[in-house]
Design a protein. Structure first.
Length: 208
């Protein structure tokens, strides 16, 4: 996704928002993140949303089929911190959340302060956000599983190989709370710790 900083009134230019202020001021028209104290609007193509929606539907079917205690949606803002300890508000393209956590305060304005079970980011041209910044923040928060879906193959060859190919990366926390990843491409069936019986390939996601 592409992040666009929202214009501020002159009186607001010097103000840096924390997570609570971000939730209070977040507009209803679209998706936003809190980055370095600033509210940014998230812009994405229809293809981007189609890819995310394909994954969301696949997760939702597994939750219903197996009776899992999860909620899956695309509306949750998650409190993270960057390397400097500053509060960030991230908005995954797809979030898998413990149902009890989600229902613990239904009047909350979509803000989550606990680690969610699984976060999915669909990569756009600003790929460093997903491969570097959000990877670091989600690991620090302790999100057990993180997907990077690079359907455009815009990331580094270090990840995608040479020649670069559309890929799905699944990062999972090891015993030392550090991410280890597996790369999936083409007709590979994606192997997920959260959804071990998931029947979904990279080709199916890309064809969305």
């Amino acid at each position: 996704m592409i992040a666009v900083t929202q214009p501020k009134l002159e009186s607001e230019l010097e103000q840096e928002l924390n997570f609570e202020q971000f939730l209070e001021q977040c507009p209803e028209d679209g998706r936003y993140e809190l980055v370095e104290g600033k509210m940014v609007k998230i812009l994405a193509t229809r293809k981007h949303y189609d890819v995310a929606w394909q994954i969301l539907k696949s997760f939702d079917r597994e939750i219903d089929r197996l009776g899992l205690n999860y909620v899956v949606n695309d509306v949750a803002a998650v409190l993270t911190t960057n390397k400097a300890g500053k509060e960030q508000g991230r908005h995954p393209d797809v979030s898998v959340i413990d149902r009890d956590v989600w229902r613990s305060d239904r009047l909350d304005h979509r803000g989550l302060r606990e680690p969610i079970q699984l976060a999915v980011e669909v990569v756009s041209t600003n790929w460093e956000d997903d491969y570097i910044d959000k990877l670091d923040e989600y690991e620090r928060l302790g999100i057990p599983e993180y997907w990077i879906v690079d359907y455009l193959a815009v990331g580094s060859r270090t990840y995608l190989g040479d020649p670069k190919q559309p890929s799905v990366f699944i990062f999972t926390l090891d015993a030392e709370a550090k991410y280890q990843f597996t790369r999936f491409q083409n007709s590979d069936r994606i192997v997920s710790q959260t959804f071990p019986e998931l029947n979904l390939t990279v080709d199916q996601i890309i064809s969305a």
